[in-house]
Design a protein around this ligand. Structure first.
Ligand code: IMP
Length: 211
């Protein structure tokens, strides 16, 4: 384990290059930790998410960085679980539109992480359905001083019938958190970063690290 100190802040690698996620996590942990991205530690590999659970995917990414780069590290995986779809897209949320589906054939389908295509498929699958309950679930795997830990965060809400708002990323325009009358994409970063699945999981991570 390498623990370098800069401005008195311990370094933690967040195994992602997503600017949105880094901004979200830095806004929560940034005062207390120097959060480095994969690129910032020289890792340009696309880390695989090959498992059937969020926990296993997150742990695989954290183990990779810890093993090859030597830093304490955490990684996340998030899924959107929709009740009327028996929990889909779940762990396959990033490539939902690309998953073979006899009932759905989108000629515009793009690559994995094509949020527009993913939202199109989701709205199509929920067309006419009354039950639109859903939740985002994040699992964070942390490797810290040679030990492995998990933290999770859940936010309940519902899937709108069309996209609303332009902020955020992924499924934000179609997800409305419980207790709000706007989508994540309309609520914007300040509110989302306080209430989101990732914020809740990251707060648990922070609570643990500050113990
Ligand atoms: P990952 O864990 O970042 O790989 O996310 C899996 C999928 O969920 C991707 O399609 C993301 O765009 C989506 N996703 C993850 N977090 C969020 C979020 O906070 N809002 C909306 N979509 C998200």
């Amino acid at each position: 384990m390498k623990t370098k100190v800069k401005n008195q802040k311990p370094i933690l690698v967040f195994a992602t290059n997503s600017k949105n996620k880094l901004a979200e996590v830095r806004s929560i942990l940034g005062d207390r930790f120097e959060i480095r991205s994969l690129k910032e530690v020289g890792c340009n590999a696309e880390l695989p998410e090959t498992h059937d659970t969020l926990e296993e995917n997150a742990l695989e990414k954290a183990r990779y960085v810890n093993k090859y780069y030597g830093f304490d590290c955490f990684a996340d995986d998030t899924g959107l679980e929709v009740d009327a779809l028996d929990g889909a897209p779940g762990v396959y949320s990033a490539r939902y539109a690309n998953i073979e589906d006899a009932d759905y054939n989108d000629p515009l389908v793009g690559a994995d992480h094509d949020s527009e295509a993913n939202m199109r498929k989701l709205l199509h699958k929920l067309d006419g359905k009354e039950n639109r309950k859903a939740r985002f679930r994040t699992s964070i795997a942390l490797i810290y001083k040679g030990k492995e830990y998990f933290f999770d965060g859940i936010i309940n809400g519902s899937i709108l019938t069309e996209k609303h708002g332009t902020e955020g990323f992924g499924y934000d325009p179609v997800f409305r958190p419980e207790g709000y009358d706007k989508s994540f994409a309309e609520l914007g970063g300040d509110i989302k970063n306080r209430i989101s699945h990732r914020a809740l999981a990251t707060e648990k991570l922070a609570g643990f690290l500050l113990k």
